[in-house]
Design a protein around this ligand. Structure first.
Ligand code: ADP
Ligand code: ADP
Ligand code: ZN
Length: 214
């Protein structure tokens, strides 16, 4: 099974992708994570992406399509993948279609996680993750069970993303409405789009997604 999770920055794509992937033995493909890893490694792609990401803009279609194309060829993707943060523009969606066709893969569902704009800023500014295993948390909505200790791996080090500040969030929202929001129309017109209420709590959103998948 291959899925796309659509939604504004902070809607809960990563959180849900992590849960669904674990449950179904699928892989989570986050272009944001891959780009952050490239920035950290100082690769050529990372150097091109860094300033754009810091400003809350979108990295070029060419770069992200290249990354995804290589990644879905890896053997671990054969069991199914969840695209989290890709596609983000109409050209990326068109390229994905061509790519999947050429590799003999199918797209089984496109699920939009719908969240009010006012909630997005709160979700993003409270977001942090484990520095060791990468699992995501929120100061208010998903704190660690024991303060300062990762539930999953026991690490005591956490990180916050450089672009998760209120000013950059506004730019990211702007990029979302300008470039990414049209994708819901694109997939609706292809009879692919399903929506879930992303304002519900984390477990309830997972249940809604599971209901669509079953
Ligand atoms: P995205 O990948 O769409 O940017 P995340 O999955 O990283 O979003 O979620 C953003 C923040 O909001 C995280 O800190 C996460 O723990 C929290 N979060 C995710 N889903 C919910 C929810 N349904 N209710 C409250 N907080 C949530
Ligand atoms: P969020 O889910 O909070 O929006 P991501 O981790 O998905 O954040 O993305 C972080 C940043 O990486 C984006 O703001 C953008 O600059 C870049 N990025 C990620 N995916 C793409 C993509 N498919 N196309 C262009 N830029 C991307
Ligand atoms: Zn951890």
């Amino acid at each position: 099974m291959n899925l796309i999770l659509l939604g504004a920055p902070g809607a809960g794509k990563g959180t849900q992708a992590e849960r669904i992937a674990e449950k179904h033995g699928m892989v989570q493909l986050s272009t944001g994570e891959m780009l952050r890893a490239a920035v950290k490694a100082g690769s050529e792609i990372g150097m091109k992406a860094k300033s754009v990401m810091e400003a809350g803009g979108l990295v070029s279609d060419e770069i992200v399509i290249g990354i995804i194309s290589e990644r879905i060829d890896q053997p671990d993707c054969a069991n199914g993948f969840i695209l989290d943060g890709f596609p983000r523009t109409l050209p990326q969606a068109a390229a994905l279609e061509t790519l999947l066709d050429s590799k003999g893969k199918t797209l089984d569902a496109v699920i939009e996680i719908k969240v009010d704009d006012t909630a997005l800023v709160e979700r993003i500014t409270g977001r942090f993750s484990c520095a060791k295993c990468g699992v995501g948390y929120h100061d208010t909505f998903k704190p660690t069970s024991t303060a300062g200790v990762c539930d999953k791996c026991g690490s005591t080090e956490f990180v916050r993303r450089a672009d998760d500040n209120e000013e950059t969030v506004k730019n990211r929202l702007m990029s979302y409405y300008r470039e990414t929001a049209p994708l819901t129309g694109y997939y609706f017109a292809k009879d692919r789009l399903k929506g879930v209420d992303g304002m519900a709590d984390i477990g309830e959103v997972t249940n809604q997604i599971e209901a669509i998948l079953s």
